[in-house]
Design a protein around this ligand. Sequence first.
Ligand code: KG4
Length: 344
Amino acid sequence: MNILAFESTCDETAVAVVRDGRESLSNQVFSQADLHAVYGGVVPEIASRSHVEAISLLSERALQEAGITRGEIDAVAVAYAPGLIGAVLVGVNFAKAAASVLHVPLIPVHHIRGHIAANYLAFPELEPPFVCLAISGGNTLIADVRDYTDLRILGATRDDAAGECFDKTARVLGLPYPGGKPIDELSRTGDDSRYVFPQAHVEGHPYDMSFSGLKTAVINLAHHAEQTGEELDRASLAASFTRAVSDSLVPRAMRAVAELGYGKLVVAGGVAANSRIRRDFQTAAEKQHIALYIPPLRLCGDNAAMIGAQGYYEYLAGVRAGSGLNAYASLDLSRSYGEEMVNP
Ligand code: KG4
């Protein structure tokens, strides 16, 4: 089954063709990062406009790269939540039109379920149940993935997402947007014990996280250095910050795997590209004798192949949308399509 998939929830316009949920025949991604870099973050209006400009051409390219005709598309999948509402709407409306003219079913896909499904493309043997840590620019959560479309949130950040924290820290250090990769590179020459940052714990909620205190601590450190004329060791600050993020993520995810007893941990989302975090998870997984799945870098960030992969399993579960499909800025990962309308 060939699924034409669309992703436009933030600042990547992406179109892909995915076969049977496991094989990406094409994966076209247009990153708008350069357009937003000058503002130090994503400007929603610019994101929406840029999606409109790119999506049609990318769709043609995705079909070309896949080497298939329109007639060979069996369904259309689209990320319909969560994200920047204007941006999500572009993908949703384009997908509705595509499904309508191709006379194929339309499958709505939760963006974070898509990030998790990137692992189905990378690891053919991977099947639920497993524990998943999803770490992206807008979301940070630990989920019990009981089945392909049966997910339950075990814990989540109470404030900022891990990626957001990387982006803000990069800004403080004068690094370009998006800041995750530049911090990753800078931190390689730093000493991760040079600066000590606070760790937040939410009483009674062992899987919940908080990153706003860490973000504030970095900002205060930088301001203090500026006021006193003290020179910051930027590489060590980047390394110490990354260590603090990793120390917050790794023990929680490992605890969840131990508690649920699946013996399998999946890490997903843009921050899963971080070399230090990947390394820390590998070490912890070896120590705890569990199987660890982290997608290759090209599947960590936003892309449409992951939407096509999850779309396949949503399709098998009977999920279909009509022309009334809406976009949602926020949506609980555990809710199936249709439930968001019942109790938004
Ligand atoms: O998953 P993603 O592409 O978009 C969302 O769905 O939000 O994640 C983007 C986030 C950005 O905050 C970016 O700075 C971060 O992923 N990121 C990284 C790295 N590469 C991207 N964070 C840490 N280390 C990296 N190497």
